[in-house]
Design a protein around this ligand. Structure first.
Ligand code: GDP
Ligand code: CA
Length: 313
């Protein structure tokens, strides 16, 4: 079975790890990963969500922190701070830095982000194909109430999400195209899974790449979504604040409604919610309640099995 998964960073990576476990060694899993978090720092192209997925599936991630490399050191960050670098708020670890150096070097030599990603992934033996949603310039920006417009990373990491959000904007979305392989993977999938990633700033930007949403809507494969909201709160992160900013209730029903039913022009053929949200109703979408805590790969693989069953495959 060819499975395509839409994924952001930490939640997407955990989910993918379970999809990989469910699919087994012969499985075919393609991850289409958010690039809206991509940011340029010190002249380096940094792709936080791609790297989180790569490190997690490659077994090189820091499990406590959720992002970045295991056994990380922070010498360069300290030195940047000592120079008074205005960008020292961003957590650039020494090991992580090597990834950004290799990637930026390849981009400077004229390779695409997909090519650079494939090259970086060769080291890690992921067992999953990693595709950036787009190779083009694409950044999530936050229009704030009192502090102007800033990059998503600046809002979330530098200001710890404090500035009030008026709206999120996807800079580059008007002209970006889907990265090589993305539309073909969706068209050729047997199952499309929308991971429990943040619906507004992880899944939203993937769907905002021209052609991607349309490819999913038209895909012959069933599309099953997994709620990242359990009860009335995200398991981790800032999805509650993001949903509030786009006027959507922070609940499994709210997010299911945001994605919408395929039968009425939306995305979903099925929606998985946690058992505490049993009874959730989403117009036109079959809903199934199963435990959605991704404690380990076995628990997550059981979620995937439920998604496959809901898809009727
Ligand atoms: P980020 O890019 O690092 O913020 O990560 P993602 O957008 O991929 O994932 C963040 C989302 O994953 C959050 O909205 C969480 O609620 C969700 N999430 C994290 N862990 C779990 C879990 O164990 N179960 C479920 N259902 N959702 C989770
Ligand atoms: Ca992210």
């Amino acid at each position: 079975m060819r499975i395509v998964v839409l994924a952001g960073g930490v939640g997407g990576a955990r989910f993918l790890s379970g999809v990989k476990a469910w699919a087994g060694p012969g499985g075919s899993v393609t991850a289409v990963v958010n690039v809206g978090d991509n940011v340029t720092m010190h002249g380096l192209t940094i792709c936080p969500d791609l790297d989180t997925v790569m490190y997690t599936l490659g077994g090189g991630n820091d499990r406590q922190r959720g992002w970045g490399r295991a056994g990380e050191t922070w010498v360069v960050k300290e030195e940047l701070a000592a120079y008074g670098s205005p960008q020292s708020w961003f957590g650039l670890g020494d090991r992580d830095l090597a990834t950004h150096l290799v990637r930026t070097g390849m981009l400077a030599a004229g390779r695409t982000l997909s090519e650079a990603t494939a090259e970086l992934c060769r080291r890690w033996d992921l067992g999953v194909e990693l595709l950036p949603a787009s190779d083009d310039h694409f950044e999530t920006h936050v229009v704030t109430e009192n502090d102007g417009t800033m990059h998503f990373q600046e809002w979330w990491v530098r200001h710890r999400g404090a500035p009030g959000v008026v709206r999120f904007e996807f800079d580059g979305a008007a002209t970006a195209t889907a990265a090589s392989g993305v539309l073909a993977a969706i068209a050729g999938a047997d199952l499309v899974l929308i991971g429990p990633s943040n619906p507004v700033v992880s899944i939203g930007p993937i769907l905002a790449v021209p052609g991607v949403r349309d490819a999913i809507v038209k895909s012959p494969a069933p599309v099953i979504g997994v709620s990242g909201i359990i009860g009335d709160a995200p398991v981790l992160g800032m999805a509650d604040r993001c949903l509030r900013a786009v006027g959507v209730e922070c609940s499994a029903a709210g997010v299911g409604g945001l994605y919408g039913a395929r039968s009425s022009g939306g995305l979903l053929d099925g929606w998985l919610v946690d058992t505490v949200d049993a009874g959730t109703v989403v117009d036109g979408v079959p809903v199934r309640a199963v435990p959605l805590w991704m404690r380990d790969d076995a628990a997550t693989a059981a979620m995937v099995a439920a998604a496959v069953e809901l898809a009727g495959r």
